[in-house]
Ligand binder design. Sequence first.
Ligand SMILES: *Cc1c(COP(=O)(O)O)cnc(C)c1O
Length: 401
Amino acid sequence: MSTNPTTSLPFLSYGRQSIDQADIDAVTAVLRSDFLTQGPEVERFETSLAQACGAKHAIAYSHGTAALFGACWAAGVQAGDEVITSAITFAASANCAAYLGAQPVFVDVLADTCTLDPALVAQAITAKTKAIIPVDFTGHPADLAEIYALAKQHGLVVIQDAAHSLGASYLGEPVGCGRYSDMTMLSFHPVKHITTGEGGAVLTNDDRLAARLRLFRNHGIERDPQRFVTQPSPGPWFHEMQELGHNFRLTDLQAALGRSQMTRLGEFVKRRQEIALLYDHLLAQVAGVEPLGRKADRESSFHLYAVRVDYAGLGIDRAEVMNRLRDLAIGTQVHYIPVYRHPYHQRTLQAAGQRWEPEHFPNAEGFYAQALSLPMYPGLSDADVTRVVVSLAQVLHPQGK
Ligand SMILES: *Cc1c(COP(=O)(O)O)cnc(C)c1O
């Protein structure tokens, strides 16, 4: 772990992976095996994901972003379509629609949880809408039942962006079980709940979508003779490129790491939840800091611990807060810059006559003005969490006021 020269304390980043000897052994075993790229380990990893989430199929991808792209493609998203997603998310939640020539449409979030506002989603649906991509921001599931009911009423596909919420539950069921989504996407970037270095997956209970997701990640090539257009199959060499796909395969090296990490998912999520409760408790004593709202009918898996800081009321600049915390060996981040503010999306929304002006997104703007993500990962000790809160209090209230 890196240390900061001004404090000699270990630097606490906003998120990081937890790797143990079993993870290292799992990867080195693959290096000695016959398969390096997609092989038996990928299938085993997919089985562990599907089982943990209560889904029929898990289809592993090279990146979460590629998994979202595959889900949009499998859903039949194409040029001329509109795809609704949250104003507060990582750009990938919208880019997946843009890759296919569809128009991302941003909808404001609820003020308390910062997840997609179902009432505003209803207003944003048009004859061109094809899919809705709710985002379980910070690990707290979105209002999935309302959004799914709305989608089915209008014949739309729901692709749940669960990059933050592996291990979370909604109305007593695990995220990814498919009761309130057609497909659920996961990411295995190192800051997420489990890691494969880079990686992602789509969960679905639909056999047809699963087959399309498998085609798309492997150049659109079909190898199952039963599914060939050419019948009967001319011989053992034969395969068919049936669609224009990509190489979005996960490697066996990565899948072995992912499967080893999955054995500790419960432990990781439990520790994240403990850390969140400790933050809640300690931050109650710090004026001008509020944790994000949470709903009692769902359990967050806390990818992030995001707070609102009343920078204006405290008369302090956010950049200064972040810089001073960094000098105290504490990393923070802002999740997220509202996606419609990025020049690419601003430009394309403007050209399409879609809403991009900040005044259309009062809750996203309000949150963005106050947002700060504090360190959150299973390796944090209670003393680390206390140090974060004491440091934040020092920076926000230098005179102990
Ligand atoms: C991480 C993330 C993604 C993309 O995942 P990658 O694996 O990094 O490509 C998509 N959506 C959200 C909300 C994310 O946080």
